[in-house]
Write a protein that binds this ligand. Sequence first.
Ligand SMILES: CC(C)(CO)[C@@H](O)C(=O)NCCC(=O)O
Ligand code: NA
Length: 618
Amino acid sequence: MDLSVQKHFTVVDYVVFAILLAVSMGIGLYYALSGGRQRTTQEFLMADRSMGCLPVSLSLIASFQSAVAIIGVPAEIYTYGTQYWFIGFAYILGLIIPAHVFIPVFYRLRLSSAYEYLELRFNKVVRICGTLTFICQMVIYMGVCVYVPAFALNAVTGLELWGTVLATGLVCTLYTALGGLKAVIWTDVVQTIVMFAGQLAVIVVGVQKAGGVSDVWTKVWEGNRISSFDINPDPTERHTFWTLGVGGVFLMLSLYGVNQTQVQRYLSARTEKEAVRSCYMVFPSLQLALALSCVMGLVMFACYCGVDHSDKLSTSSRDAMVIYFVMDMLHGLPGLPGLFVACLFSAALSTISSAFNSLATVTMEDLIKPHFPAMTQRKAILLSKGLALFYGLLCLAMAYLTHLMGDSVLLVALKIFGMIGGPILGLFSLGMFFPSANSIGAVAGLGAGVSMAFWVGIGAILTRTSGSKTQTLDCKVTQSNDTAAAFQIALSNITLSRPSGLKRLYSLSYMWYSAFNCIVVIVVGLLISFLTGPMKKEDVTPGTIYPLLQKIFWFLPEHLKKKLSCVTPLEQTPAVQQRQLLCQKSNRSAQQDRPIQEETETFLPDAHMTHVEHETCV
Ligand SMILES: CC(C)(CO)[C@@H](O)C(=O)NCCC(=O)O
Ligand code: NA
């Protein structure tokens, strides 16, 4: 990177950055030493189920808003215009559905892991398959998250890339391990605020340098960067209103509806109402986050007007160019480059710590504990730390993979969410909305969904179709009045670029991946279920079904609706009430006898709790 830029990371900047790390560590220490001192897994993992909706909602947006979005979205907007902004429409249904469908089911079952649901609804095998798929998703995603800020810091300060990757992982593990979920949530709050501040600083300075708001507007308008609704129904079109607004809903559901990281936060809320409220409060903050990153892309366009700086960067990556732009804007303003680097790390740390916490949890709870019920606390803690190290190393390997791929980081992250998150969403939907689905169908469906995802995903990489079209970057072209010529060009584009056969399948827009793979799981799952004998009414655990079909087909006569959903759902069946009562009792007794029993347990799993719940409540 340009040397003149490097020089401007001054002492003040290092101090600003250091403050962020110190505050994060401080919060970790605070929760290690106050309250219940993280001696109980109930506190460590569920934050004592005592959180209010404000911290929970800020923590919810922090989970999947990483440096990937901060760098990747401006790069996207700079290159292709504001079409991506329309994903904001997907947030509406993408948050209302989790709030009123998934949260009530999970909350009323008083789970501690989302995968417990799968065992209640199906069986152990489905739970393990679900867990393994989730682990895959988060490990690959974490690789991207760790890589991006390290890559940026390396570009800005020349700091060793892999050293930064290691340091990020270390800081994160420390405060996560020390302070538990309370620390994770409160650091998320601080980090989200720093994230917004950093983006805002870049925008304010950028707008000034570009000559004010109206100049920015003129330039992006003339540069054709303001996109209107693209309602082209072609599913291979990368970003259209349909791929973003409809495909995006499935993406949001896989993240905000069934992802363990988020479910853990909903469950940590004081009451169900508070959990629902926090989900609603995600909406404005997520819109703000989206708006800030989109505006940053526009300001960048206004400043550079499509001038390519890749010669100074020794790479043509648009992601690198965003970092170059930020430092170009902020140099000479002591503290601000540091603030932006802190912003990137805030975004990354909050995501990694959440992922870490949820990964270590499910590995212990869903994979290891069931096989070694007699494990001593000492051994469990040692094993947990070993696991942390193992995931750290795996994460590094994945960061290296991201490094090799050299694709746009936003694209990589969205593909991961769709390819692996989509099938998981399908699995939960199959269980929750289709009472006749059985466990064989669930496993087969998940297998089919993941295979399909990788087939299409890898096919797309090999044939390089998905999202390969680029737009010209000149400031004042494409505003041509010659509609006939434009029409001609458009026509030739269609005939030239429309692929056929398998190629057409491979060129499916990655924004459809979540929906497509989710539906594959449901269809295959139902088919196999009916072939192997559908689940019977009496065998379905009460409270695990949401009567979706009944609600959609509300106009049908009663007896037909009964056929659609054969089980008394959610509400107050005696069995659910009994389970809740038992759980509450066991929580209370667990809290009383815990300090003696769990003196040594400082790290991770909800060993005690889940056991009690399983013995008494299932
Ligand atoms: C997850 C969404 C789509 C929600 O807006 C957005 O935050 C995003 O594009 N995230 C990219 C992945 C990341 O930031 O790690
Ligand atoms: Na984050």
